[in-house]
Design a protein around this ligand. Structure first.
Ligand code: AQP
Length: 342
């Protein structure tokens, strides 16, 4: 049975990239799938976090999920640290994954930078925890942005190696051929990699020091207008066909953002704006972004005033998530040959 899992880190400044690359997909999948959406707070501490700010950010990401339209009664919304099976399975996966596999992860190289010796072990092992997040539910589909593709491939490799290494035990415990499914990434649409508004070669990111590089979900209409107006472009008018966007990363990015927000294809957007100057296209983009994001920002503000409600959503979600994770983890322990309390 298909089961969707995905997560967002509570590391501050939720932005348009997170929204278009991930959260809108989460919302769209709810009608056809059973979904589990997680605020991955244990991933957040792979780099330093201020404890008070972290608490606020966990609630903020939860509020963003709800404001965007995820229904926490029909689906599961919770924060990772409340379900200890994530950490337990991550340890098992640390013993399944190979150091050589992790050495190839580009996100670690980017985030650790030059001072790799000083990066946390957690940052290095981030992808094994991510594999555990997905596989502790035996989830089959994972909506993510393009940047997470490599981690998803690693999760599939880990699932496959576990299934091979323990094939006999998996069968003798009554689980047939393989215990873990090989989870499929869902990376689709015109905005799977939203780029910085200041530099079309860098992805829009929470940690970019320039706030002008991104549109935050919490930005008001004036901030959105200013950021879009200041967004880097080239001097040419917009092309009328997609091929004309090649080697024009900033134009490509803005057209992709417009298309995703309007739920249209890039080709369709270019049919309307081909030949237009950026000034008029940007004005239309501001209107669209404010119309789409404004209500989400106000709902997030309204929810922020009621942390008790947010915490109750997380507690309820955690309980329902545990009910799935616990028997799966018990099965993993049986497969490994651990003696467990019965
Ligand atoms: N620019 C992006 N375009 C499309 N999708 C994106 N995602 C992130 N940035 C973009 C997707 O959002 C989901 C949640 O991301 P995350 O918070 O778990 O991790 P991240 O990729 O580390 O986010 P940032 O914003 O890039 O943070 P920093 O600055 O810390 O590196 C994921 O599905 C991700 O693909």
């Amino acid at each position: 049975k298909p089961l969707v899992f995905s997560g967002v880190q509570p590391t501050g400044n939720l932005h348009l990239g997170n929204y278009l690359g991930a959260i809108t997909k989460f919302v769209a999948l709810q009608d056809s799938h059973e979904c589990i959406y997680c605020v991955v707070d244990m991933h957040a501490i792979t780099v330093p976090q201020d404890p008070q700010a972290l608490t606020a950010q966990i609630r903020e990401v939860t509020a963003a999920f709800l404001a965007a339209g995820i229904d926490p009664r029909k689906h599961i919304v919770f924060n990772q640290s409340q379900v200890h099976e994530h950490a337990e399975l991550a340890w098992v996966f640390n013993c399944v994954a190979r150091i050589g596999w992790l050495n190839r992860m580009t996100q670690f190289k980017e985030k650790a930078g030059k001072d790799r010796e000083n990066a946390s072990v957690g940052l290095y092992a981030y992808p094994t925890l991510m594999a555990a997040d997905i596989l502790v539910y035996r989830a089959t589909h994972v909506p993510v942005g393009e940047d997470q593709k490599q981690h998803l491939e690693l999760a599939r490799d880990i699932a496959q190696k576990f299934n091979n290494d323990y094939a006999e035990s998996i069968a003798s415990n009554g689980f047939g051929e393989g215990f873990f499914p090989l989870p499929e990434p869902l990376i689709q649409g015109p905005a799977t990699r939203v780029m910085s508004l200041r530099d079309g070669s860098k992805k829009m990111s929470k940690s970019d020091p320039s706030d002008y590089s991104r549109i935050n979900l919490s930005d008001d209409a004036d901030a959105v207008a200013q950021k879009v107006r200041k967004a880097k472009t080239d001097p040419e008018p917009l092309p009328s066909e997609e091929a004309g966007l090649e080697k024009r990363p900033e134009a490509q990015n803005l057209v992709g953002i417009f298309a995703a927000l309007a739920d249209r294809s890039r080709a369709d957007v270019l049919r309307e704006f081909g030949g237009a100057q950026f000034s008029s296209f940007k004005a239309a983009l501001v209107d669209l972004a404010v119309t789409k994001l404004g209500p989400i920002g106000s709902e997030m503000k309204r929810l922020a005033a009621d942390p008790g409600y947010i915490d109750s959503v997380l507690a309820d979600g955690a309980e329902r998530a545990s009910a799935i994770a616990r028997p799966n983890m018990d099965a993993v322990k049986d497969i490994l040959g651990f003696v467990r309390r019965r």
